[in-house]
Design a protein around this ligand. Structure first.
Ligand SMILES: *Cc1c(COP(=O)(O)O)cnc(C)c1O
Length: 406
């Protein structure tokens, strides 16, 4: 992989017409280690967030030895780079053949579920393979309510009374049991975890069976951009969320239970940026060579303002507008689909024009993993970049009020 100090250097050297992912392995290592140091339990990286080989390899090297997986493809990807790693199969609704593969071929011994029919499916395979249920831990997935950029509890999770029943049922069969929840992604208020922990505590006291673990899921927020005309939104830092989480865990009596977290976004978001090119400027619209069917679908569904850095093409000699004036541009994606328009603008100098590049920061989560080949566009070029995206001068749409004022 070619290596550059900054994305600007990469753009100048390569003058790329196709999108380029700028990978920052040191940032990934640092963010993974920060999380592991802050969380008082096992850190299981959620592979779906970004399952690229170079990501899994870097994480394994950084000391991540547990992975949250959901499919045979993810089992294989983790096994290929980290043969000794523990895999937690935390998808509550699984194909029988996948349960069999997980237990028999991959030696996976931890799964989640939210319904008695899933218990029956698992038990049938456990019996057929002649496994001792007490070697397997089943996490009962709890329904949660809260506000996240992405609400995921609509789909999975047992209501508290149902979870009590499931805990007892699995315990009585002889499985080890735990409780898990996943509050959604990009959680912006720490109370969300508190509510889930309160519910878990209620379930635990009613079920009255020994708990082998409590898995608090993912959802830890990454930092993105914001409208630079407005005050920076009050976002709790990872430290603040963790502080609250530790207190809440204690208050709800879970200090004696082994903990697991499944972070995705917060670990990998900062590790990538994306260089895109402006294919055409039409007034306040920029048509770029990526979009919602490639790297930018997460920002579209989550209505996230992405931080952007302007990389002007030095070959353009004449420009209109004031380079100091930061303006909102509507961003249209590369495909012919008319919904391929970002839900949030990019904040860039007024002078941006056809042929210029934009570095979009903090794009490591749910970008590469959600790419499609729709319309024949599939970004797949990588370079390594050594300087963090947020180093130096604040990028546009990421600037604080203070930097906007001067
Ligand atoms: C997606 C997912 C995660 C990771 O979520 P982030 O918001 O990226 O941290 C963790 N656990 C489960 C069960 C998930 O589905």
């Amino acid at each position: 992989m070619q290596r550059f100090p900054t994305a600007q250097d990469a753009a100048m050297a390569l003058r790329p017409d196709a999108p380029i992912y700028c990978f920052r392995p040191d940032v990934l290592t640092q963010d993974a280690r920060n999380f592991m140091a802050a969380f008082p339990g096992e850190t299981a990286y959620a592979v779906k967030t970004n399952g690229e080989r170079l990501v899994l390899e870097t994480l394994a090297k950084a000391g991540v030895d547990t992975f949250d997986v959901a499919s045979p493809g993810e089992f294989a990807d983790v096994r290929a780079v980290a043969p000794k790693a523990t895999m937690l199969y935390m998808h509550p609704i699984k194909a029988q053949s996948d349960i069999n593969l997980a237990l028999q071929t991959y030696g996976i011994r931890t799964m989640s579920l939210d319904h008695e029919d899933e218990v029956a499916k698992i038990l049938r395979i456990v019996r057929a393979l002649d496994l001792d249920p007490s070697t397997i831990t089943l996490f009962i997935r709890l329904q949660t309510k809260g506000h996240a950029a992405y609400e995921l509890s609509k789909k999975f999770g047992a209501a508290p009374a149902h979870a009590v029943e499931l805990l007892q049922r699995c315990h009585n069969i002889g499985f080890k049991v735990g409780l898990c929840f996943h509050v959604g992604s990009q959680i912006e208020e720490p109370e969300t975890y508190e509510r889930a922990l309160a519910s878990a505590s209620w379930v635990r006291s009613r079920a009255n069976v020994p708990l082998a673990g409590l898995d608090v899921g993912g959802g830890f927020p990454a930092e993105y951009g914001h409208d630079p005309r407005k005050r920076k939104p009050d976002m709790p830092s990872l430290g603040e969320i963790m502080g609250r989480l530790r207190t809440d865990i204690e208050e709800h009596g879970f200090s004696d239970v082994p903990l697991v977290a499944e972070p995705g976004r917060v670990v990998v978001a900062r590790a990538f940026s994306l260089i895109v090119r402006v294919l055409l400027r039409k007034g306040r619209r920029l048509y770029i060579n990526d979009g919602i069917w490639a790297s930018l679908s997460d920002s579209w569904t989550g209505k996230i303002t992405l931080p952007a850095r302007f990389i002007p093409d030095p070959a353009r000699k004449r420009r209109n507008g004031d380079p100091a004036k930061i303006t909102a541009f509507r961003v249209c994606g590369a495909t012919c689909d008319s919904v391929d328009i970002l839900s949030r603008p990019f904040w860039l100098p007024e002078t941006v024009d056809t042929g210029d590049w934009i570095e979009i920061g903090h794009i490591g989560a749910y970008s590469l993993s959600l790419r499609t080949r729709f319309n024949g566009f599939y970004p797949d070029t990588f370079v390594e970049v050594t300087t963090p995206f947020d180093a130096g001068e604040a990028p546009e749409g990421y600037a604080s009020l203070e930097t906007m004022a001067d």
